[in-house]
Design a protein around this ligand. Structure first.
Ligand code: 13P
Ligand code: SF4
Length: 377
């Protein structure tokens, strides 16, 4: 990396760390409401009714509240990783998509389905990787390296995607980079340095990395993981590639959320130590009720850890915020919407048109290589 790149990234990291800190403080100051079973039942009924009434499908990520995941499945929507969510949103015939996840997922859905209305329980649900890759600086970084193919992780804004040649998710990143490497291309990668580093080491590709990280996965610690392995010698370790390289080096399987779920079903072990957001435990346990899943240790415990393996932005997708979004959708009418909803995703047509190309390239690559939804991807 050139000296000016290091300087630029160093300055930006300080600003981004502050931005992430402010976001986390804001979240921590919000009251956490515990709902009784009766209230949960009432919310679920009203949400199912509203989804039906509004011709809307709920698409939720594995990290969201189990109640949302169940609602998505019960209502004919979808629960999946970020690649599968994008595909389902594009292919389903509902006029509205309700995206339970973080903002980049809502934006990808809107870019791929410009004629569908896309709403989210809250537009405040962002991602530390998205925050840490502002378009102006990212553009300068790309301009400084015009000889490189720009590959960005899906966890970025629509504007950053619009500047890229390829968008990838964690389930398909290795295959796409390998493909580019075979074509002799040098890569500029953003924004997650751990995933970028993992792909670089695995493929041997020439990759220049942007320097940011996921605040949830960065907290997993190799030392604690080794201690835990000593306690559970028969357990397999499953890790998301956003985790630090020392953690990935100890893992038995490194993969996207779907790949982690697949491994938990296909491996012979009965115990698994899992280094990713704890929201995934709902699906893991549902699919393998007789197996034991243990969360990998993070940097701190309880009040001393920053995320405690739980993404604060994914956690903003609650039953009350989901119902509120659907109520405002119902109030605005289900035909061609005249009123813009407070939590509706909009992407300006120029940016969306440009971002569509690298996103579509990823989906076409997945289709051409026949990466199955429940298989490799
Ligand atoms: P997946 O693509 O594996 O679903 O990951 C998305 C994400 O945000 C992980 O932190
Ligand atoms: Fe972003 Fe990390 Fe949350 Fe995933 S878990 S949405 S990468 S902050």
């Amino acid at each position: 990396m050139q000296k000016q790149d290091k300087h630029m990234i160093g300055d930006r990291l300080a600003a981004d760390t502050e931005l992430v800190r402010l976001h986390l403080e804001k979240l921590a100051s919000q009251p956490c409401e515990v709902l009784s079973d009766a209230v949960v039942r009432d919310y679920k009924l009203r949400i199912l009714d509203a989804l039906n009434h509004c011709d809307a499908k709920l698409v939720a990520h594995y990290y969201t509240d189990p109640l949302l995941q169940d609602l998505a499945e019960e209502s004919g929507g979808y629960v999946g990783d970020s690649l599968e969510m994008a595909r389902f949103g594009r292919d389903c015939d509902a006029s509205t998509l309700v995206v339970g996840g973080v903002r980049f997922m809502g934006e990808s859905a809107k870019i791929l389905s410009p004629d569908k209305r896309v709403i989210m329980p809250t537009l405040d649900a962002t991602c530390s990787l998205d925050i840490a890759c502002p378009i102006d600086e990212f553009s300068k970084f790309c301009d400084a390296h015009p000889d490189r193919t720009v590959v960005v992780y899906a966890n970025t804004s629509a504007a950053v995607k619009a500047r890229a040649d390829w968008v990838v998710t964690s389930s398909i990143a290795l295959d796409i980079v390998e493909h580019l490497m075979e074509r002799g291309e040098k890569i500029l990668w953003a924004p997650d340095r751990h995933l970028g580093n993992y792909i670089r080491e695995t493929t041997g590709a020439d990759m220049l990395l942007w320097d940011s990280a996921c605040i949830v996965h960065e907290e997993f610690k190799a030392r604690g993981l080794r201690d835990m392995r000593a306690l559970y010698p028969d357990a397999a370790i499953l890790a998301h590639p956003e985790s630090p390289s020392e953690v990935l080096a100890i893992a038995d399987v490194v993969g996207s959320t779907t790949q982690i779920i697949n491994a938990s079903q296909s491996l012979p072990q009965r115990q698994f130590i899992v280094a990713t957001d704890r929201g995934i435990f709902h699906k893991l346990q549902q699919l393998s009720p007789d197996k034991e899943f243990i969360i990998a240790p993070t940097a701190g415990n309880d009040a001393t850890c920053r995320s405690c393996a739980s993404c604060p932005w994914m956690g903003m997708n609650t039953l009350p915020s989901l119902l509120e979004a659907l109520d405002s959708l119902a109030a605005s009418g289900t035909g061609k919407p005249a009123t813009l909803l407070a939590n509706e995703i909009l992407v300006d047509s120029d940016t969306a048109g440009k971002a569509m190309l690298p996103l579509q390239r990823m989906l076409d690559f997945a289709a051409d290589n026949q990466l199955k939804v429940r298989g490799k991807a």
